[in-house]
Every structure is written in structure tokens, then in C-alpha cells.
Design a protein. Structure first.
Length: 101
């Protein structure tokens, strides 16, 4: 599994609030050319130099992605933290307990 985060976990645009950003690869798959243009990175933000070096001078808030892409990315991130063997074991225990109700 890749250690690279699916969504860039900060924003350096507008008010500087923490807003998840989409990766360029995710945005390149969009049909809408205007959305693919993105937003210019705000150079006055203290975090902009790091972002510019890693990602370039454009950014995209994650909410421009289709809901299915966001759901897949969230599911993948959650799964990366789960011990699937323990999850399945607990799921079986819950199933057995339900039969006793």
C-alpha cells in the first residue's frame, strides 16, 4: 500500500482554513476543463512554499471530485488503519451474538 496520502490534508488558499485538497491525478480525470484549472495558490500564505515545491502553483478543493471518488478515497484510508483479520473476527462474533437475541 502506498504511504502517499490520497488527499492533501491542508489548504493554502483563501482564509487558510484546513481544507482537504485533491491530487492533480484525481483532477485530471474530471470532464470539466474549468474545474481542472484549479485555484491559484496564495503565495502570501506561510505554507505556500512547501506546497508549491511539492504540488505546483494550482490547488483543488476535494469537493470538486465526484462523490464516488471521495467515498473510495475515504474507504481506502480507513482500511489502511484497520486490522482486517480482527475486523472479520469481531464481525463474526457480532453475528453469533445476534443469533442469540
Amino acid at each position: 500500500m502506498s504511504t502517499r496520502p490520497s488527499l492533501i490534508p491542508f489548504s493554502i488558499i483563501s482564509t487558510g482554513d484546513a481544507v482537504p485538497l485533491a491530487r492533480r491525478e484525481q483532477v485530471d480525470a474530471l470532464d470539466n476543463a474549468r474545474l481542472r484549472e484549479g485555484i491559484e495558490v496564495k503565495p502570501s500564505d506561510s505554507r505556500s512554499q512547501t506546497y508549491l515545491a511539492e504540488h505546483g502553483d494550482r490547488c483543488w478543493e476535494v469537493d470538486i471530485l465526484p462523490a464516488t471518488v471521495i467515498e473510495q478515497e475515504l474507504d481506502a484510508h480507513i482500511r489502511s488503519w484497520l486490522d482486517e483479520r480482527l475486523w472479520r473476527q469481531r464481525d463474526r462474533e457480532i453475528g453469533r451474538a445476534r443469533t442469540l437475541l
